[in-house]
Write a new protein. Structure first.
Length: 268
């Protein structure tokens, strides 16, 4: 392990800026979730963005495993200590990337679906928007997937460290549903649970996208075009009395097996 990466690994949880250290009332909020420092000025935000963009470029050029924090700091023109101030370990650069991409995706999807209340259209817009937002990073997505596929990795989309990005995405899918004409017709408890399930649907799309080698990931886009109306029809059917027993069983499965795995993000 490179010396600079080892230094981050050996930091204690109680150290200043470490993740999980609660802030005193009225004190500076400290690091963002995942040990990411909270930028305090426009200059510090620009420095953080520079480090992140440099890391993404080096990951693409050299690969994730071969890129060290020292190399990222050198290329960005900042000290190693400054790099660690914003990102306490290399994997949190990927978390920073996840956060930024998820934010960009949510903003783009909201803009694009503002004109329609049709649930199927809104869902497809949200998924298409993700594919468009992620397109520049498809070439090296498999490198990250190898690490993210490890259940114990902080880069896993199901990890505690990934909660901020996951919560942003789930909130988007809540808006997809609640901004549609379908939401008022559904069981209220199902409406509460569905955003997490729709996020899992996105994860299926992401998995397919990672391994898609067609031009402009056309097979993934076709998968979204064909699967989205099916998902919408299944959800729509849940409002009919004849399907109520199936809906109750589905809610039980979601509550007992799915939500405990990903962390409950739906609003109580």
């Amino acid at each position: 392990m490179p010396v600079d990466d080892l230094a981050a690994t050996n930091r204690t949880d109680g150290a200043p800026g470490a993740a999980g250290t609660p802030a005193a009332p009225g004190a500076d909020p400290g690091p963002l979730p995942g040990a990411r420092a909270q930028p305090k000025t426009d200059k510090s935000e620009a420095t953080r963005a520079l480090i992140l963009e440099t890391a993404m470029r080096l990951f693409q050029e050299r690969g994730y495993e071969k890129t060290t924090m020292r190399a990222i700091a050198t290329e960005a023109g900042v000290s190693v200590g400054n790099a660690y101030y914003y990102f306490s370990a290399k994997e949190f650069l990927i978390q920073g990337f996840y956060d930024r991409m998820t934010y960009d995706h949510a903003a783009d999807a909201r803009r694009r679906m503002a004109h329609t209340r049709d649930f199927s259209e809104r869902l497809q817009i949200a998924l298409d928007s993700w594919l468009d937002t992620a397109a520049p990073y498809h070439e090296f997505s498999a490198q990250f997937f190898r690490t993210a596929a490890d259940p114990s990795s902080s880069l896993s989309p199901f990890s505690n460290e990934s909660h901020p990005a996951r919560a942003t995405a789930v909130e988007l899918f809540r808006e997809v549903l609640q901004g549609s004409e379908l939401a008022p017709k559904l069981d209220a408890e199902l409406v509460e649970l569905l955003p997490d399930v729709l996020w899992l649907h996105l994860m299926i799309v992401v998995l397919y996208w990672v391994f898609d080698r067609t031009e402009d990931t056309e097979r993934t886009r076709e998968f979204v075009r064909r699967s989205t109306p099916l998902v919408a029809r299944l959800i729509n059917l849940s409002r009919y009395r004849v399907f109520r027993p199936i809906v109750r069983d589905a809610k039980g499965l979601i509550q007992d097996f799915i939500l405990p795995t990903i962390g409950k993000t739906a609003v109580k």
